[in-house]
Design a protein around this ligand. Sequence first.
Ligand SMILES: [Zn+2]
Length: 118
Amino acid sequence: MSMSWEDMADEIESMREQLKVARSEAVFHRDRVEELEAAALRERAAIQELVEAARDVFRNEPDLDEDDAPGHCHVVPGVWDKSNGPAKGGMPCGLCQAWMRFRAALAKFDGGKGESGE
Ligand SMILES: [Zn+2]
C-alpha cells in the first residue's frame, strides 16, 4: 500500500480538521462542567443556609417537641385526638406530619456537623 504525497497531505488536513472539532467540543464540555459545578455550589450554599437557619430554631428553642409541631400536643403524635371531632379525630395532622418530615430531613445533616465545607 502506497500513498501519494497529495493523499498524505489531504489526510493530514483532514486530521487537522478533526482535531479542531474535537478541541472545540472539549471546550464546550469543559464550560458545561464549570457551569454545573457553579450551580452545584450555589445549591449547596442555599441548603447550608437553610440547615443553619433550622438549627438556629432549635438552639433558640431547645424544648421544642420531637414529634408534635410547635403549639400542637396530640395524644398520638402527629394524629388529631378523638376530641377534635369525627371529621378530624384519628386523622393525620398535616402540620405535625410536616414537622416530623422536617426533623427527619434536618437529622440527615447532623452527622455532617463537623465536616469542613471548604
Ligand atoms: Zn398537630
